[in-house]
Write a protein that binds this ligand. Structure first.
Ligand code: SF4
Ligand code: SF4
Length: 308
């Protein structure tokens, strides 16, 4: 059996047309995180291609600067192969034409939808879920594997909220539904009341499993409960470097995006692996800082002084 490729989440930009209240990256139209030039991004795309990995392009909003990021998608797809490139975005700017251009280049596109697009959901900007809904339909029509992720919060304890969202997902023909837990990071630090207790998480996971079990359709969404969500059946072992790394808009490589504060500073130097503008990915991943994580056997290292 072939070994699973390293998963690289590349946040190409901090800029985003939206201003979600609890954005974990503190993204928005005025985000001023330094960003690599297009030439530098191409250089990184070539390094990643030579190394061999799976890349998910994310942000901010990748599609905000389509003039640069579409050629970047083409370059990454040529380097890595279509099956090893995914996009995580909000759905903004994706219409039928853009969806058909993306179809031969990416394996899948994932957007966020926390509630039925017809429901008033105060934690996302007006029009956010409707935009994702429109993009999802365009992507499905173009034959792109389409996923939605839901960031669960205490709001999701509301009776019927998840159930009506699941009904919409099934009726629309969405391929994958990922369930994540809200962590108060980025702008989310201002809303600690949104974080679910472990017991609430388990109840929500049970509700989602019941929806899936009660749906006899052969064409139903594949459900993926994130490994850090209590109730998930997945192993909760830390994935830093062993399974995944992150790249920041300025080329810094992190073992985990949760290891940064709102201003993009590392909570601890152990989360900083190096900068791709100074060293190539192979050097960074064979360096002593990466080795620390390869030998790390503990649980989640965020806020864990013992792991330092
Ligand atoms: S959560 Fe996503 S869509 Fe919302 S501001 Fe942040 S990056 Fe943009
Ligand atoms: S440090 Fe925590 S959040 Fe980060 S990869 Fe490890 S387990 Fe996951």
């Amino acid at each position: 059996m072939s070994e699973k490729k390293l998963s690289v989440i590349w946040n190409v930009t901090g800029k985003c047309p939206w201003t979600c209240k609890f954005c974990c990256m503190d993204s928005g139209p005025n985000n001023c995180l330094p960003e690599m030039t297009l030439e530098e991004k191409f250089l990184i795309a070539d390094q990643l291609g030579a190394y061999g990995c799976r890349v998910d392009l994310s942000g901010g909003e990748v599609m905000l600067n389509r003039k640069e990021h579409f050629p970047l998608i083409e370059r990454l797809s040529a380097n890595l192969g279509r099956d090893n490139l995914g996009i995580s975005c909000s759905g903004a700017f994706i219409d039928e034409k853009l969806a058909s251009h993306l179809a031969p280049l990416v394996s899948d596109v994932e957007m966020t939808m926390d509630a039925h697009p017809g429901r008033n959901f105060p934690w996302r900007p007006a029009g956010y879920h409707q935009t994702a809904a429109k993009a999802a339909r365009a992507l499905l029509a173009a034959g792109v594997e389409t996923g939605l992720q839901t960031v669960t919060t205490t709001e999701h304890k509301t009776k019927g909220l998840l159930e009506e969202l699941y009904a919409w997902i099934c009726a629309t023909g969405i391929d994958n539904w990922s369930i994540l837990k809200f962590f108060p990071s980025g702008r989310g630090v201002s809303y600690p009341e949104l974080e679910l207790s472990d017991e609430d998480c388990r109840e929500i996971v049970a509700r989602i499993r019941a929806l899936d079990a009660g749906n006899p359709s052969a064409r139903k969404p594949k459900i993926d409960i994130h490994y850090l969500m209590p109730g998930s059946e997945k192993a909760d072992a830390c994935r830093c470097v062993k399974r995944s790394i992150g790249i920041l808009p300025d080329g810094r490589v992190t073992s985990c995006f949760w290891g940064l504060d709102r201003e993009g500073r590392f909570l601890d130097d152990k989360f900083y692996l190096g900068n791709l503008l100074e060293k190539n990915i192979g050097e960074i991943l064979s360096g002593p800082k990466a080795h620390y994580w390869l030998g790390y056997c503990g649980g989640c290292a965020i806020g864990d002084d013992a792991a330092a």
